[in-house]
Design a protein around this ligand. Structure first.
Ligand SMILES: *Cc1c(COP(=O)(O)O)cnc(C)c1O
Length: 485
């Protein structure tokens, strides 16, 4: 098998005197650098930059880009991330000059269309969530969680209650306990049942006069719908706590069920997962939150209001928690999501969720004899398998993930959720065809057969990629991010 050809670094291609561009001599008088920058800060020697011709430059970076793997190049079943294909038209819409070239400090009379879009977007998300109001300000899922917990804390404090505990099931997404800690609240972790559901007895024992909230991911990170949801909501509300819904996985429930109807008081969405914004590499994202009416007075400012068919910002909200982001969040991301929701319509969003759930169940059903399925029941938008059946051959989940690279697939999320040993979390999303799923399933089954017959094929993978197994721990802890020459 061929290892990918080693690629020279741009510095190694450098030849003194070569240049990628040829600019005419400037007819503007030069300004000496030290009149602009204090001499002590000036470089003593010229920067060591690579010197290459334009074709060499172009081919170098185009070649590197071709080695990248993205959802535009192949199947990307990364669980808990919703790596779905996003229609390119939404990119075009977000770049329309009337939207892309306005300024957040413009007089609101000159940007009524943009405000109307933001206002409508809040209404749509409120409808999808079953909530009374929405703020578009938070710019990530975790940021929505933080904003939501600040609202909950402000709500309790306003009522003279010092509630400091947040209950988090062990199946929650890692951001839940992290944001509660950042918010200065204490975590009470409760265990899940063997069937993946929240243990109601453990919940009853955990709630009390100090309970600020329960944070629940539903469907949970096990890809399972929380079947006792109404009972859970009642237990927490009876104790005076509020319910926070991690709705990052809304891809499973749009148009089918609503967090508000389940009894939740706050929910966040990830527009960069469910609503057509490409993600990865750290953003930009958008994590709007929806709230029930008792939390409206505490929402971040400014709040958009509609009066006589005109829109304006309202700043004067004495109980507001203040701002959580500059201006009004990531506008361009919201535009993409708006275009997506308008194009899909209510039926389209519901169909997307139905297809996402169908695709995950199809993968689970077709793979559960080749790999161990710890929860062999109907799943939501993602399913979990493990490498337990391959253990005796010395094949671990990491090996299976690496072998998938040889077959041209991005691996699923692995070793998450933490409470399942050797987990593989597969989220096919609704945008994949049956043929694509069948191809992935065939590759997975082939890997299971290889593990049984010739395990070295799997444990030695990947063989066809540019680099083999990386020392991932060292790469993360001691990254070398600049040219050392
Ligand atoms: C992705 C995700 C988050 C965090 O969202 P970010 O935008 O990455 O901060 C939170 N909860 C769940 C269940 C998620 O899948």
């Amino acid at each position: 098998m061929s290892m990918g050809q080693k690629k020279a670094l741009i510095f190694e291609l450098s030849k003194p005197g070569r240049c990628a561009i040829d600019l005419p001599v400037s007819d503007v008088p030069a300004v000496e650098a030290d009149t602009l920058i204090p001499a002590g800060f000036l470089r003593q020697e010229p920067a060591k930059l690579p010197e290459v011709s334009q074709p060499d430059l172009m081919r170098h970076y185009t070649g590197l880009a071709g080695r990248n793997f993205g959802v535009d190049s192949g199947f990307y079943p990364l669980g808990s991330c919703t790596m779905k294909y996003n229609p390119k038209i939404n990119e075009d819409v977000s770049r329309l000059p009337g939207l892309a070239q306005i300024h957040p400090l413009q007089d609101s009379e000159t940007v009524q269309g943009a405000l109307e879009m933001l206002y409508n977007m809040e209404q749509y998300l409120a409808e999808i969530a079953g909530m009374d109001a929405v703020t578009m300000q938070p710019v990530a899922g975790a940021h929505g969680e933080l904003t939501g917990l600040k609202l909950i804390r402000a709500f309790h404090r306003h009522r003279g209650q010092n509630r400091t505990k947040v209950i988090v099931p062990d199946s929650a997404h890692g951001t839940n306990p992290a944001t509660a800690t950042v918010c200065g609240l204490d975590i009470v972790e409760i265990k899940s049942h063997a069937d993946g559901a929240v243990d109601l007895e453990a919940l009853r024992a955990a709630v009390g006069a100090d309970t600020a909230a329960l944070m629940l991911t539903n469907p949970s990170t096990l890809g399972l719908f929380e079947k006792n949801i109404e009972e859970i909501a009642k237990i927490v509300h009876d104790a005076g706590g509020l319910l926070y819904y991690d709705g990052a996985n809304a891809n499973a429930i749009m148009g089918i069920t609503r967090p508000g109807d389940m009894g939740f008081d706050v929910v966040h969405f990830n527009l960069h997962k469910t609503f057509s914004t490409p993600h990865g590499g750290g953003g930009p994202g958008s994590g709007p939150i929806g709230v029930k009416k008792e939390l409206i007075p505490f929402l971040p400012v400014p709040v958009i209001v509609k009066e006589h068919d005109a829109y304006r910002w309202e700043e004067d909200r004495p109980l507001s928690i203040g701002k959580v982001h500059s201006f009004y969040g990531n506008f361009g991301v919201i535009v993409r999501a708006y275009a997506y929701i308008r194009a899909m319509g209510p039926d389209g969003l519901q169909a997307a969720s139905q297809d996402a759930v169908l695709n995950a169940n199809y993968c689970l059903h077709r793979l559960k004899d080749a790999f161990h399925a710890p929860f062999d029941r109907f799943c939501m938008h993602e399913c979990i398998l493990t490498s337990k059946l391959q253990k005796d051959q010395g094949v671990r989940t990491l090996d299976i993930a690496k072998r998938l690279l040889d077959y041209g697939y991005h691996p699923p999320t692995i070793y998450f959720p933490l409470i399942v040993e050797e987990a593989m979390m597969i989220e096919p999303t609704e945008t994949e065809s049956k043929e694509t799923l069948d191809g992935f399933i065939a590759a997975m089954r082939l890997i299971a057969a290889e593990a049984a017959q010739d395990a070295a094929l799997v444990t030695g993978a990947p063989r066809t990629t540019v680099v083999g197994r990386l020392d991932e721990a060292t790469a993360a802890r001691k990254p070398v991010v600049k040219w050392q020459g």
